[in-house]
Design a protein around this ligand. Structure first.
Ligand SMILES: [Zn+2]
Ligand SMILES: [Zn+2]
Length: 318
């Protein structure tokens, strides 16, 4: 099938998702954060086929998110390392863990415990506004076009790869598998991002997204089933529903804001600057979210946070 060149409104979220939004890519980066960095280790941990794993590892290297090197302890073996760009996804991972813990708490054996070594306390990461230092809620945000508000031509390969239907993530120790099922599908993630902007009706979403109506209808249904949207009829005969984010849906905002900030920083092919600026309505300042320790208030860095999954053994991120 020949695909028409496709343009969409420039968006740092869409650009970021094009690079790392595929569920396998999200999982691979998560595994490397957790310290699993060889091909065979990932193969075993993720329940992925060889072909798919090798394809995604090449892709992540091509976008500068992984680097392959000889293993220092075992020189015959190649291992994958995070780059500055992918280490920057750390805050995103923390926001994902927070959301998952709140809305899909795992059994004790799968619980993630974070410990801030700088202050010596268990930490529950928060996303706060860097100006007024209050917690960021998506309902307190306004959007304005930024200097880079143009249109992007989309890569066909990326579209094909990421428009596969959402299915369950097989990885046994994925600590945010529910979130991956939401954001690891291009259209589902885009619908959520648009809902933060105040879109409610099917045709409003369809106007923004170059997607077939049956696929969009399928994703809307998925989001209702998973409690991200609640519906309300706004018209009878024929019945039409408007979609509203639930509290669980709004709780995804810190993850998406972190994704947007990562996209602003690392995925600007035009060099024109941010496509969109955000204002924090509580303080009236430009919104920059920072992920901080709820105990000492310091911004969290990967090498200052220890984590354990379940009871025993301690790991260190990155
Ligand atoms: Zn503020
Ligand atoms: Zn702390």
């Amino acid at each position: 099938m020949l695909l028409e060149p496709l343009t969409t409104r420039a968006s740092s979220i869409t650009r970021a998702l094009d690079q790392i939004g595929d569920k396998w890519c999200i999982l691979i980066i998560q595994e490397v954060f957790w310290g699993i960095n060889s091909f065979s280790g990932m193969l075993e941990a993720m329940g992925v086929s060889r072909g798919v794993l090798s394809n995604r590892l090449k892709w992540l290297q091509s976008v500068g998110c992984l680097r392959k090197r000889a293993d220092e302890e075992n020189p015959g073996r190649q291992v994958y390392h995070l780059t500055r760009k992918s280490i920057d996804l750390y805050h995103l991972a923390l926001m994902a863990v927070q959301w998952e813990e709140k809305h899909h708490p795992p059994p004790a054996a799968g619980r993630v415990h974070l410990f801030h070594s700088s202050c010596g306390h268990p930490v529950s990461p928060r996303l706060r506004c860097s100006s007024c230092r209050r917690d960021v809620d998506g309902r307190d945000v306004e959007y304005h076009p930024g200097p880079g508000a143009t249109r992007d031509t989309r890569d066909k390969k990326v579209r094909r790869r990421s428009s596969l239907p959402a299915s369950d993530v097989p990885s046994e120790h994925s600590v945010y598998r529910n979130l991956i099922n939401l954001v690891g599908d291009r259209w589902t993630a885009n619908v959520i991002a648009l809902a933060f902007h105040g879109l409610h009706r099917f045709d409003e979403f369809h106007r923004e997204l170059p997607v077939a109506t049956n696929i969009l209808a399928d994703r809307m249904r998925f989001l209702v089933e998973h409690g991200i949207f609640a519906t309300e009829a706004y018209q009878q005969r024929p019945v039409r529903y408007a979609y509203f984010l639930t509290d669980k849906g709004w709780d995804l905002f810190p993850y998406f804001l972190s994704l947007l900030q990562w996209g602003d920083k690392w995925c600007d092919p035009t060099g024109a600057g941010r496509p969109m600026c955000l204002t924090h309505t509580l303080c009236g300042e430009n919104l920059h979210g920072e992920v901080v320790c709820d105990h000492c208030g310091e911004e969290l860095r990967a090498h200052h946070v220890d984590f354990t999954i379940g009871p025993p053994k301690k790991h260190r991120l990155a």
